[in-house]
Design a protein around this ligand. Structure first.
Ligand SMILES: Nc1ncnc2c1ncn2[C@@H]1O[C@H](COP(=O)(O)OP(=O)(O)OP(=O)(O)O)[C@@H](O)[C@H]1O
Length: 321
């Protein structure tokens, strides 16, 4: 599915605090705003504890936001109240987890794990239809139909993640929150799962929120990327721009920590320490520096950031000529 200009998800000034008002208050998500378009993969990256998972969980309504709003297809997620609408929402929005093993019941056969959603939502009229659908899903994620009668422990990490994906797809969702779906996998398997997700996005008309702390893979799958730190969205831009023209110093330092495949280059390169390049004037917010490229900054930083953006283009032109 090509990316539409229609927004499927709007996150507006979302705050998700834990233990709010106590001395143990954690501002896991602290006033973030972003949209996701239909057919898009939006990558959310940041170090551990930056608030990525909390954002994903708020979106699928596991939490009640401290403040702000989440709209899915124009409906306020936290105001969905009828059983019927909530069931539909749970069907439209599915989650894929980091550790598929922990989320697969070890005592259940793969058939029943995959068919859980089919059963809950009454999507199969007969046992045969249910079985056929499971087989179709297994094939869709690159597994063998015979696997239906086996148990989770009989599978490798990559295969288990495929089972988790099949389970999510069983209810024909529109939107998938993939929370670090490849972090627990061997590097050699990561690319296979990323490729599978990309294929499925096209064939199943899906939109993804792809959460990752590893920036090396997220580049390939994401159309746009949001960089989070300490509950704030610090930079938001098309994936290419985040990688090739980072503007926030935090993004630059994250990128400098991405492992590179060439060992020689890897040994010699320098990590960039995070030296903030944003003023602390109290008027910081996500500001559009050039069309589509946003940085959390103060009004007084905008000119310098525009200059920095322009300097990337000058460098690119001089490399070409
Ligand atoms: N249920 C909770 N109660 C209290 N604090 C929480 C809860 N869930 C998360 N936090 C805290 O909120 C902050 C953000 O956590 P979150 O899991 O969203 O980060 P993350 O970027 O997804 O990191 P990771 O990659 O480690 O999961 C952390 O400081 C975490 O300890």
């Amino acid at each position: 599915m090509a990316i539409s200009d229609e927004k499927i998800l709007e996150v507006k000034n979302l705050k998700q605090y834990f233990n709010a008002g106590t001395k143990n208050e954690v501002r896991a998500v602290d006033d973030i705003t972003f949209d996701i378009y239909k057919g898009e993969t939006f990558g959310l990256v940041g170090e551990s504890g930056s608030g990525k998972s909390t954002t994903g969980r708020s979106i699928i309504r596991l939490y009640n936001p401290t403040a702000g709003e989440i709209d899915f297809e124009g409906t306020k997620v936290n105001e969905i109240s009828s059983k019927k609408d909530l069931l539909q929402f749970r069907r439209d929005m599915q989650m894929i987890y980091q550790d598929p093993y922990a989320s697969l019941n070890p005592k259940m056969k793969i058939r029943d794990i995959i068919a859980e959603g089919i059963d809950i939502h009454g999507l199969a009229a007969s046992k045969k239809e249910r079985n056929d659908r499971v087989i179709e899903l297994l094939q869709l994620v690159g597994l063998n139909p015979d696997h239906a009668s086996r148990y989770p422990h009989e599978f490798s990490g990559g295969q288990r993640q495929r089972i988790g994906i099949a389970r999510a797809l069983a209810v024909k969702p529109k939107f998938i929150v993939a929370d670090e779906p490849i972090s627990a996998l061997d590097v050699s398997i990561q690319a296979q799962v990323v490729n599978l997700l990309m294929e499925l996005q096209a064939s199943q008309d899906l939109t993804f929120l792809f959460i990752a702390h590893d920036l090396s893979m997220v580049k390939y799958i994401s159309d746009r990327i949001g960089v989070m730190n300490a509950g704030k969205l610090l930079e938001l831009a098309p994936a290419e721009d985040v990688y090739n023209r980072p503007l926030h110093a935090y993004t630059e330092s994250l990128l400098s920590a991405v492992p590179l495949p060439d060992p020689e280059y890897e040994r010699n390169r320098k990590r960039t320490a995070y030296v903030p390049n944003i003023s602390n004037n109290g008027d910081e917010k996500l500001r559009e520096i050039v069309p589509g490229h946003f940085v959390y900054c103060s009004e007084s930083d905008v000119a310098a950031l525009r200059k920095k953006e322009a300097s990337y283009h000058e460098k690119e032109t001089s490399v070409k000529s």
